[in-house]
Design a protein around this ligand. Sequence first.
Ligand code: AMP
Length: 423
Amino acid sequence: MPFSSLGFSPALLPALLRAITENGYLAPTAIQSEAIPAALQGRDIVASAQTGSGKTAAFALPLLHRLAETPTGTSRRVRGLILVPARELAAQVGEALVSLAKYLPQRIKVAVVFGGVSINPQMMNLRGGADIVVATPGRLIDLIDHNALTLASVSLLVLDEADRLLDLGFGEELGRILALLPAQRQSLFFSATFPPAIETLAASMLTDPLRIEVQAAPQAAPDIVQRAIEVDPSRRTQLLRHLVQTEKFKRVLVFVATKHAAEIVADKLRKAEIEAEPFHGELSQGKRNQVLQDFKLKALQVVVATDVAARGIDIAQLPVVVNYDLPRSSVDYTHRIGRTGRAGESGMAISFVSANTEAHFKLIEKRQGMNVAREQVAGFEPVEVQQVNPADPLSNGGIKGKRPSKKDKLRQAAAQTQAGQDH
Ligand code: AMP
């Protein structure tokens, strides 16, 4: 079904179609085909959708349509509120709204607010009012506490990446924000996963919602090739370098567990003359923007990121994601590999697995309902065996009867010495 048949009013259709075409969207994605007609009719929606499914336009277009249909002249009250978990995502959603609103007859002002930067410019920007606010919950509450805006006129609320909002501990802020919103409103709820806490949240804030499920999880998408390479932890940086060089990866997003690891791995790659930068929460916003910009413009080949910082990174043609450190959970795995193969492009997700993380990766495979063949790369074959901490019976991933032999222990000691020499 083309965009023109989704139910946009004839008066607004040409302006929206022009912006849609300029964005390069030829036809609606699955989530857009299902969500847009229902949202235009005023229905609440609960959608299970990954990043990359086109979910932003699925809520942005109906929201813009509603605001353009009922113009308020020069007085600007916040009528659309979009809550997101991370600042990069806030900025991206803001950009999408502005570009899709470009040809509408009335100017729609979009304010993007998030923490980690000075609040004053955001307060100044809100002085003349705004039609749509895209916000992370903590900063939104700060702004409300400073009387910089009120939520009394919000008629459409969007929760984007709701599972992440809860994961990042925004539950309390969400409760406060919901209490300030008019009861009479339309709500659109998007989440990649639906654990019980998310179901409860959705039930508490939606009225007779239309349930939409598109593409269960990225692993089901045929266009993401998944690989698992067995390697000792101490050889991962070298293997990464080897893969980037021999497999000629043009752009790689590498996930690590800590800010420190992000710095070290990026530094080692740079020393090997690979353009690489770390990306984590302790960098200034300016630096983070710069890294993203360089990555988008292909001035950077590798970005080494932590999970939280990488939320919402949206880069068209991001062909390779590498799990240098495995994600903590299957949910994080879904989010990470959702960075590649977006909106119909093909991608590759590579996980580095060692003797000690094998059990953890198996668990992720089980939760994801997938089976990834283990590979070894010549010259990087692992020699380490699983290390079991006798004080912690679960340190082998909860697998019984896998205690290392004397020979294993000797090998471990040798491997540890080697691990000290590399990261
Ligand atoms: P999202 O899931 O909203 O993060 O969107 C993922 C990417 O898909 C973004 O780069 C969008 O610009 C792009 N996109 C959204 N809708 C379409 C569409 N109908 N056709 C092609 N690309 C799209």
